[in-house]
Ligand binder design. Sequence first.
Ligand code: BES
Ligand code: ZN
Length: 895
Amino acid sequence: MWLAAAAPSLARRLLFLGPPPPPLLLLLFSRSSRRRRRLHSLGLAAMPEKRPFERLPADVSPINYSLCLKPDLLDFTFEGKLEAAAQVRQATNQIVMNCADIDIITASYAPEGDEGTGTLKIDFVGELNDKMKGFYRSKYTTPSGEVRYAAVTQFEATDARRAFPCWDEPAIKATFDISLVVPKDRVALSNMNVIDRKPYPDDENLVEVKFARTPVMSTYLVAFVVGEYDFVETRSKDGVCVRVYTPVGKAEQGKFALEVAAKTLPFYKDYFNVPYPLPKIDLIAIADFAAGAMENWGLVTYRETALLIDPKNSCSSSRQWVALVVGHELAHQWFGNLVTMEWWTHLWLNEGFASWIEYLCVDHCFPEYDIWTQFVSADYTRAQELDALDNSHPIEVSVGHPSEVDEIFDAISYSKGASVIRMLHDYIGDKDFKKGMNMYLTKFQQKNAATEDLWESLENASGKPIAAVMNTWTKQMGFPLIYVEAEQVEDDRLLRLSQKKFCAGGSYVGEDCPQWMVPITISTSEDPNQAKLKILMDKPEMNVVLKNVKPDQWVKLNLGTVGFYRTQYSSAMLESLLPGIRDLSLPPVDRLGLQNDLFSLARAGIISTVEVLKVMEAFVNEPNYTVWSDLSCNLGILSTLLSHTDFYEEIQEFVKDVFSPIGERLGWDPKPGEGHLDALLRGLVLGKLGKAGHKATLEEARRRFKDHVEGKQILSADLRSPVYLTVLKHGDGTTLDIMLKLHKQADMQEEKNRIERVLGATLLPDLIQKVLTFALSEEVRPQDTVSVIGGVAGGSKHGRKAAWKFIKDNWEELYNRYQGGFLISRLIKLSVEGFAVDKMAGEVKAFFESHPAPSAERTIQQCCENILLNAAWLKRDAESIHQYLLQRKASPPTV
Ligand code: BES
Ligand code: ZN
């Protein structure tokens, strides 16, 4: 029987008004009754706000959860019935489970037989919250314009306990029999296929949908969705039924992801040599969604922009993003879901691995994307930037309380994790790596594993000292700077290498400098794409002899920018490498790596920024999108820094000079035979030129924008971002109003996001304020507020100040909106990192001392460190940069 109608209001009272109860449920049973242990009291165990944290006791654990949920999509409540078959390992009078923000109505436990098993029954009620975690409501508009809500879940990392009482730890696996009671005209989905659907006795408008039993799995991977959706469907080569669920009327937009998923499943099956273990997989677009996507087993949830592609209105970068996200989440179906990390300390293993193999998968499906080069600029350099800070952390970090778990969904777990796996894969070789992966997945399937377990399998497969090498990368933070100098000795080149920790603030000071075991590759101009020598550097210093290298040949370290280290060359070695940038004889990813290393050496004060500007000018003939993208990103960082000076305009001149030649070569319209990367490059270059105020670009952007708005000539999807950005930055209130109108009219979330991200480019103070107010309005999905405010902070000098003030003034609302969570970290990072004045670091620190954000603590420290680094950089190099730019203006370099 379902609970009386009064129950939900009780739940609501508790949920809305009471302080949040501690996330532990302690069920106490009397020991007196021998046959049927009756609940004699039910209490919520007191648990301190933060540390010390304890994991659940192991004396009672679940075997199977039989769970029935009945969401009310109008009242935003749900009723739940749980019958859990449990195993009592040790006699006890209490069962400790996790439970948060749900209200227990009744609970009982009945032992069965003599094997220590029994059934725990709990009836409960809860709220379908609007915080995008647990069991929550997501708003959508029907094709006829009516606002409705779907009920959806997001449980990782520790929010399954918000939907039903459970043992909410990744190592406590059990099977699940899930059923949902839903309005009969709604789609109801869960991890498994439907096995029964029957009318609900108490209400003819409802049906009860029953799903097949899951394999043993962790609670954070359980999912259910109730709403209105269309779908497209196919069967993959290996017989799995794949569906992509889209908003009603948009099934077409699911086709691209469907194709990718159908190609990806057999790819992973072959790679791991383990079949996909469930009969079906659904991929579904959820309107309100905090993360990018979530790998729930058999029911993967996505933001709309990470799944839906419209052939006409989606740009190339969206296509690529969808492919990567699909590749990422489907990899988790094996790596994470079948074999799960033992504890959140090993989260990096899940996320680092998936963030690496998503590229392998996309490279397989779309070789024309040249996706591995993009890895270097998207993940590798991003990880190095963060990991050079004193406030970084080791990949493996001990975590307890949920806020500490939220904190490690960061670039260290994802991007450094992926980068060290890429280095490891390269060190081991694909054949043995695959063999080791299969050993690992087979040995631990349906179980849990720790980092060491993966090393052991890879060690067995390869015969190489994997644990010894990898421990230096995962257990200590940071990475090395390899200094190298060379000497010609007759026909050979002698290289002297030394390693020291690379610090964003300059050389490592202090004793006991950490050391790494570094797989190093060395190439020469004789064959720039082939390693002439591979070594494992396992000491602070090493000498290496390269046989038969002529005096006029260059020598380069880190072929393919695969090793997770930075390189500092002696001046002579660097001098010999630079022509390889100009004449393109260095491979693209090596050109990218070299430029990026130099840029970060300059930021750290090891070399001068002027030297890097000169290197940037050597990229005149550069054809490669990703190389440009990385260069553009670094120039963006420099522009932001110099926005604190009175010669900001001069650096814009520099940007225009660097980007004009390629802009002219590309033009505005695609040429026959061009592909994906040309489209990305054109968007990047025109956006950069437009933003910097390049006259011809600005004029053409305005012309095309006008035609677009008037409906004369709709802008191609790939040109929209750069054009919107350009006209807004150099526009007025009317331009902003037109953009806001386009936003309102947009039917696709991709287009709305595209507009939201550029709004911050606007320069006038009143308009900036208008954009900030818009960020918190109903017009912007809660998960997208972050990028609007972040866009303002990154858009201009005034925007930076205004965004920070806005965050302070609206802190309560923002914090409440995300309830801690990782979006708050992202918001803080985007909004304060651009400051370059010492006192701002103090101000930021002080603000968060009085307005704590536990899950963003480390991010805040990192931001303060970055502000101080910016300030030091500015003091150190501003004058010489200014001089260089002036001198350059007086006598422009001849190309
Ligand atoms: N497991 C995560 C989703 C997640 C992130 C849950 C943070 C809880 C907190 C998922 O596999 C993931 O990594 N998603 C990424 C997208 C991916 C392509 C990098 C995301 O959401 O950003
Ligand atoms: Zn992931």
